[in-house]
Design a protein around this ligand. Sequence first.
Ligand SMILES: Nc1ncnc2c1ncn2[C@@H]1O[C@H](COP(=O)(O)OP(=O)(O)OP(=O)(O)O)[C@@H](O)[C@H]1O
Ligand SMILES: [Mg+2]
Length: 407
Amino acid sequence: MMGDYGEIFEEEMGRSTVFKDQSKLSPDYVPGKLLHRDEEFREFTRYFRPVLESGASQRVLITGSVGVGKTALARRFGRELESAGKKRGVNMTYAHVNCRKQGTAPMVIRKIASNFPISVPRRGFSPQEILDHVIHFLQKKDSYLTVTLDELDHFVEQNGPDLLYSLTRPFEESGGPNRMSIIATSFSPNFLDILDEATRSTFMHNRIDLNTYNAGQILDILNQRVKLAFKPDTVRGDSVDLISKIASRRGDARFALELLWYAGRVASEGEVEKVSPNQVRRAKSKIHPEVRREVLMDLGEHELIYLLALSRRLKISDEAYATGESVSNAYRVVCEEYGENPLENAELRSFVQKMEGLGLIDVEPSGRKEESRDRDLSISDAPLELMEGVIEKILQRRHGSGDRGGR
Ligand SMILES: Nc1ncnc2c1ncn2[C@@H]1O[C@H](COP(=O)(O)OP(=O)(O)OP(=O)(O)O)[C@@H](O)[C@H]1O
Ligand SMILES: [Mg+2]
């Protein structure tokens, strides 16, 4: 019956599905056991031993490319830290803050404070006053705090390094022991360059670098989730294999799990009993653009301009690869279009490295000039028009209005 939403609702609720518990596939879910990260977990524990044993404070940096488990490792470690504290009679609170989402230092500080039973009015309190309340609480209860500043590189690039200083200064000035330890996560350690020497060197010495996963490791991670999230025997082995192969190009577990989830949804919509490789392919073609869009939104102005230049270059030449030099030239042209001063080649090379890590571009050593450092570049597998359109839209929005005309 048209418009009978009750009926539609019941029909959908009654539809057979391959899922047992979809929440186990959500990006926020952290499994009890992280696979292939035991050594890193051990390393983490060593860094934190003095914190639990003698109330010292610690700083640790986790680095690694997209989807290698930086957030998951920090959260999982935090959970263990709290329960290990409890066992030893140490009050330890773990707070996890995504700095990119919180955006500003006051928001990060409020988020940290929200882990404590202290009342902070929405207005009228400066971040420093809020921190003082947190410190006072920790001292009164003889408690310790470990904060993860997740995606700190992104935050520091946007806002500068002040957050770190404003977090630690009040503890130093409080006279008592520093009760706050910091775990930072970042794509690379480059953002440390703008921090003071002392902060930089602590993080550099206490660094856990997570490698990208190979196909076998991704397969294990997928199989673990298949058991948790799907009904028995609803995902074909060759489907999981295919996903691990696709995702191992980037070594990105998040992409693998997204693909698995989406393939399951495609199968459920079709009311089939098992997830087949073809549903994986369908899922891949559907989720790609969105994945990219989110990644693109996080890129800086010049990175976007560079990527736009590469897309246009490839479109014009109609070849699989473009030389690094031709892209640099195209980049300068696009800079002019957007009224930006072009950056130096060294910086462009670091963009290439970063975007390769993000799976946005493919890099091959140039076949033409063996002796040069030139590279051939390509866009991994998004259609060029799509890439171009999305980047132009983001750039236009950032520039306020479409006053560049023409395109
Ligand atoms: N070793 C692992 N075992 C099980 N699941 C994992 C493992 N590593 C990552 N995952 C899962 O993969 C997904 C991506 O991991 P996570 O979000 O921690 O990556 P990340 O390094 O923080 O990525 P980003 O740089 O984008 O923030 C999550 O769902 C996480 O639970
Ligand atoms: Mg993360």
